[in-house]
Design a protein around this ligand. Sequence first.
Ligand code: FAD
Length: 397
Amino acid sequence: MSTPKILILGAGYGGLLTTLQLQKKLNYNEAEVTLVNKHDYHYITTWLHEPAAGTASADHARVYLDQIIDTNKIRFIKGTVQSIQPEERKVTLENGDVLMYDYLVIGLGSEPETFGIQGLKEHAFSIRSINAVRQIREHIEYMFAKYKMEPERTDYLTFVVGGAGFTGIEFCGELADRIPELCREFDVNPELVKIYNIEAAPTALPGFDPDLVNYAMEVLTRKGVEFKINTPIKQCTPEGVVLATGEEIKSATVVWTGGVRGNSIVEKSGFEVMRGRVKVDEYLRAPGYDNVFIVGDCALIFNDQGRPYPPTAQIAVQEGENCGANLVKIVRGEAVLEPFVPNLQGTLASLGKGEGMGMVGTKKIYGTSAALMKKASDLRYLYKIGGVGLALKKVRL
Ligand code: FAD
């Protein structure tokens, strides 16, 4: 019998954890494992709001894959997936290369969901990759520099963050922390700088406990963020945003964090999707394809009440581990696979330096304790993927 070919697309939380499970558990030559990723690094998406605001370097949020992958066991291809042909068991890359597989793992992450809001795709930034956050940081700094040359243009100092979910709130916290430093550097009166956080839903952080929502809003308001809740953005233009109320906010920087959908490659490849995500079975397999596993933001799973789990790193990591373990069973001919059951340990959001809030188990935590718990959870993740060395190198206290 020939060695099974396992192909993993994407080295994000889901794809990387699948790969690391296979690396750890399979012996040499038990399977041919290939990982394809756009870049030769993994990025810690949950940190990207920091380099976007400029409170940390983009480099800090990435880990080169050759530091964590054993290339004797895993073949790494730096390449961009163009399409998947599940019937033919093949994947085509943008450079024309074709990769064949016996088992496929799709972990290609998400794309911004614009909900049909006109102009968002064209005129708003989104926090989605190392390259994207470098651009946001440079743009913000450039706006301060431009304002000094055109002081009538207060739109250069007005920042609109669309969406008050996790990402929007975390980014507002970091941006508010960065503003005083930028004002000092560019000799700008801080009172001229405005940060708006605009949310269509009736509350910020939908789905969070109301005490935590109030706490987050109080902290950010104190830092200078102005909330407009229950206020949909109707249109984004080169001049700013138009709200459903008719109000127009002139802003040269709109950052959209209002939602994500699964990577469009999955839908274009013929898989049945809901907002770009595939409703997978209990073993994370795509309907109709026993050899195609989907992990992370491209997978849609439901809780006991039939409600979809939100796409999070926590779930992507657990899915990756489950998928990797099941692939080992398949390679070894074991008949019974392990169903995927999420084990939610809580949620923590940062609200800028030394501030945070969230739930750990059933306990609400606030302030410095929450910020420290978040660091501890980052440390755990770094240890999981790269051992003590990586954890010590990357963690910032
Ligand atoms: P990703 O981690 O996005 O990885 C996808 C990978 O696929 C990337 O390496 C990408 O380069 C690669 N890729 C994409 N397209 C291609 C292609 N065509 N070809 C080759 N490679 C490709 N979740 C939490 O649980 N807690 C948090 O605190 C939290 N904070 C967040 C803060 C921010 C600012 C953001 C943006 C998200 C946050 N999330 C958080 C959500 C979390 O980051 C995602 O749910 C998680 O990254 C999903 O993992 P994934 O493996 O599906 O995809």
